[in-house]
Design a protein around this ligand. Structure first.
Ligand code: B12
Length: 209
């Protein structure tokens, strides 16, 4: 069923995706696993875009289907305990407007006890600095889906350092093309490939297992 959802999303078959998600959700499958299947589908959409089988309109369509699918999961991620474990400031870096992954991470962290301050997309480093000064987060999360925005990530980390705030928080990065090499380039503290990894990394940072 997971593979079917991923395939249906990669083929932009909205009805099949939404019915599949509803089915799994009703059966009590953890929403985080459903999200993983949807994420896999988006990866295939990306590959089709790369090979020019799909164009921008299909990317937009895939994002719409993804949004409708996650709407079905509704309040599954909300929690009354939000804010207990610590604070996370998160945003998509400057020049990048992809926010599906960031929004998922923000939601899942919120449901796992963190207070999340979401700065949105195309976020200039000044905005991160203001938020660090205002909210004193233990964790700052930078989301980035474009290789051309890796420099924005590196510049944001450098600006946080120049503002004398680098030791006040740990910086995690994430988003499709990020990996250990990009983490090193950006001089961040960690990289996470999924919302679940983000939760584990944030818990480790605040000393909770
Ligand atoms: C949907 C999509 C779009 C949508 C975005 C809608 C939206 N509201 O986000 C739209 C249509 C707007 C779009 C636009 C563009 N896109 Co686009 N897009 C995609 C696509 C297909 C899926 C991205 C996605 O949502 N994935 C699903 C989510 C759930 O996965 P995720 O983001 O990786 O997030 C998970 C983890 O990475 C992690 N995570 C994410 N963020 C964070 C942050 C932290 C702190 C942590 C800890 C973890 C974490 O947890 C998340 C959940 O598990 C990708 C393909 C791909 N392979 O990624 C291309 C892709 C990213 N896009 C691409 C391109 C080229 C573009 C455009 C330049 C196209 C154009 N010609 O205009 C524009 C760029 C606009 C801009 N300035 O940003 C390329 C980038 C190539 C590159 N080398 O950089 C890709 C890779 C497609 C491709 N293969 O060519 N896009």
């Amino acid at each position: 069923m997971y593979d079917e959802i991923a395939t249906a999303l990669s083929e932009l078959d909205e009805d099949a995706v939404l019915n599949g998600v509803k089915d799994l959700f009703k059966k009590g499958v953890p929403p985080i696993d459903i999200l993983a299947a949807l994420q896999k589908g988006m990866e295939t959409v990306g590959k089709k875009f790369e090979t020019k089988e799909y164009f921008l309109s299909e990317l937009i369509m895939s994002a719409d289907i993804f949004k409708s699918a996650t709407d079905i999961l509704g309040d599954a991620f909300t929690s009354a305990e939000s804010g207990k474990l610590g604070t996370v400031v998160i945003g998509t870096v400057k020049d990048d407007v992809h926010d599906i992954g960031k929004n998922i991470v923000a939601t899942v962290l919120g449901s796992n006890g963190f207070k999340v301050i979401d700065l949105g997309v195309d976020t200039p480093h000044e905005k991160f600095i203001e938020a660090i000064k205002e909210y004193h987060p233990q964790i700052v999360g930078l989301s980035c889906l474009l290789t051309s925005a890796f420099d924005s990530m590196r510049d944001t980390v450098a600006a946080i350092e120049a503002a004398g705030l680098r030791n006040s928080c740990k910086i995690l990065i994430g988003g499709g093309p990020t990996d250990e090499k990009v983490r090193e380039y950006a001089k961040a503290d960690g990289v996470c490939m999924s919302a679940q990894e983000a939760v584990e990394a944030c818990k480790k940072i605040v000393g909770v297992n």
